[in-house]
Design a protein around this ligand. Structure first.
Ligand code: C2E
Ligand code: MG
Ligand code: MG
Ligand code: MG
Length: 278
């Protein structure tokens, strides 16, 4: 209540802020029922292996098809969902949907070891139900645990609380791959990562954007080399140009993702890509 009053006072001085807050509250109100109303959907963006030139997996990306506001990107509501505790319900929906779809692709193309990568919000790693939920969703979907990758950000890894790291260890022990999302945007400590059951890094888009500038290029090259010393696979995010792609190839990057390779696709379009050998 005090918080709301405080925000109200702010709004007296700034009409735009007020409008933004009204919109925020409207989203918070609509979120809890949005799952039941079936307003969420997933797009799948190919993760392309540089050794084979083919998709080795997909990242599942959440969309909220809001009745009035059109399709919303998670950047506009995930933080709200985390603050209000709705993230667990949304996260469970995402995992179930992604694992079901992943299992379809696995049954259709068992020889490809095609994996599905799912984003997990830091708040979810504090949920004591997370590990059990993930394991039962895998079980009910039939997707092998080795074909599920979970993307966590550095904030979950570097938390001083024990829960996130314990959850991580349990998930990795079940055979699930753990990757660090947006690597390099937080407090990156590669030496500490060595002590965690992490299989890969997703280099933040800012690094890909920096390719072409000599110092940034050197940093990316060095990060990839160091990751390989630590036995971590590297995925570069936000690859938008042929030049970025060829530079990353030259640096022995493992996997690339971005608009130059493919936009995020609905499941049926992704299936068509796989049918065509892509
Ligand atoms: P992220 O996990 O780092 O995902 C990559 C984002 O970059 C996606 O934005 C993707 O659409 C976008 N992208 C892909 N290729 C390119 C490119 O070449 N250039 C540029 N500029 N962008 C590209 P999106 O789908 O809007 O998702 C934003 C963020 O929301 C994600 O960032 C992730 O942190 C979060 N998110 C997405 N889905 C979920 C989910 O199911 N659960 C949770 N907790 N978070 C999610
Ligand atoms: Mg991600
Ligand atoms: Mg990312
Ligand atoms: Mg992100």
């Amino acid at each position: 209540r005090a918080k709301a009053a405080g925000r109200g006072r702010w709004a007296c001085y700034d009409a735009d802020l007020n409008a933004a807050q009204v919109a925020r509250y409207a989203l918070v109100e609509a979120l809890p029922d949005a799952v039941q109303r079936g307003e969420f959907s997933l797009l799948y963006q190919p993760l392309v292996s540089l050794s084979s030139g083919r998709a080795c997996g997909v990242e599942a990306l959440l969309r909220w098809d809001h009745p009035d506001r059109g399709t919303l990107s998670p950047d506009s509501f995930i933080d709200l969902a985390e603050e209000t505790g709705i993230i667990s319900a949304i996260g469970t929906w995402v995992l179930r949907e992604a694992c079901r779809q992943g299992a379809r692709w696995w049954r259709r193309f068992p020889e490809r070891s095609f994996y599905v990568s799912v984003n997990v919000a830091t708040a979810q790693t504090y949920d004591p139900a997370l590990v059990g939920d993930v394991l039962s969703i895998l079980d009910e979907s039939g997707l092998p645990p080795t074909l599920l990758q979970l993307e966590l950000t550095e904030s979950a890894m570097l938390s001083s609380a024990g829960e996130p790291v314990e959850a991580l260890r349990a998930l990795a022990a079940a055979g699930i791959r753990i990757a660090i999302d947006d690597f390099g945007t937080g407090y990156s400590n590669l030496a500490y990562l060595r002590t965690l059951p992490v299989a890969g890094l997703k280099l933040a888009r800012q690094f890909t954007d920096g390719l072409g500038r000599p110092v940034d290029t050197h940093i990316v090259k060095t990060l990839i080399e160091l990751a390989h010393v630590l036995d971590l696979a590297v995925t570069a995010e936000g690859v938008e140009t042929p030049d970025q792609l060829s530079q990353l190839k030259g640096m022995n990057c493992d996997v690339v993702q971005g608009w130059h390779l493919s936009m995020p696709l609905p499941a049926d379009e992704m299936s068509a890509v796989l049918e065509n050998g892509g």
